[in-house]
Design a protein around this ligand. Structure first.
Ligand SMILES: [Zn+2]
Ligand SMILES: [Zn+2]
Length: 226
């Protein structure tokens, strides 16, 4: 959840969106909720069902890659995900004003906020999402060192799927972030999309590996100012 220029953004809608019940006071400040999807994999979309009771009086704008990278539109995929066989409310029933929009270009505006999106390499096309050239959200992507020589920002939210020296064509490892990312280009680098297979010893290893760097393990409820 990101508050930017008096607007509220949600970046992806995984099961973490169930925490939205703890942020009613923030949601109540806004008439519009902007949900930006990096791609449609279930771990990034299934949590949309948790939005339902909190947004009935809001305008909902859902943005996704759609025809920029897929054969069908974001509207098609959202309606397929929330077919009546799977959930009692169709996406159009979430409020009186639901708009589902394919990314219109690699740079567009959502309210007063500049949004930049760029396709990344993953098992299905996923998109890096940048808000106002400050906050960079890069999940479900192989690590591409070339990208990070050009990009900088205040806060980087980057996926971290493998905690050891793994090179994958779908995901990024801690080793790549620690040794191949120019960490000094960012104030903080938050590690997200943590692997559900990690156990306590993996977390201990990661905490030890990132000590003294600007890499931070993201945790539920964490709040940061940019
Ligand atoms: Zn994912
Ligand atoms: Zn994915």
């Amino acid at each position: 959840m990101v508050e930017c220029h008096d607007e509220l953004f949600l970046l992806d809608a995984g099961t973490g969106l169930s925490n939205i019940r703890n942020y009613r006071s923030i949601i109540s400040k806004y008439d519009t909720i902007h949900l930006i999807l990096s791609h449609y994999h279930l771990d990034h979309t299934i949590g949309i069902i948790y939005l339902d009771p909190f947004v009935r009086d809001k305008k909902i704008k859902i943005y996704g890659p759609g025809r920029m990278a897929y054969p069908e539109t974001t509207s098609y995929y959202m309606h397929a995900l929330l077919r009546r066989e799977f959930f009692s409310r169709c996406i159009d029933d979430f409020s009186d004003d639901v708009q589902i929009i394919d990314f219109p270009a690699e740079s567009f505006r959502a309210g007063n906020t500049k949004i930049t999106v760029k396709e990344q390499q993953h098992s299905s096309p996923s998109f890096r999402i940048v808000l106002d050239d400050k906050l960079i959200y890069a999940t479900d992507t192989t690590f591409d060192p070339g990208v990070w020589n050009e990009l900088s920002g205040t806060l980087l939210l980057h996926e971290c799927w493998d905690c050891h020296q793994t090179i994958s064509d779908r995901h990024t490892s801690l080793w790549q972030l620690k040794y191949q990312l120019p960490l000094n280009k960012f104030d903080k680098v938050l590690l997200l999309h943590q692997n559900p297979a990690w156990d306590v010893s993996d977390y201990e290893f990661i905490e030890k590996s990132i000590a003294g760097t600007n890499l931070i393990l993201a945790k539920d409820g964490m709040q940061l100012s940019v």
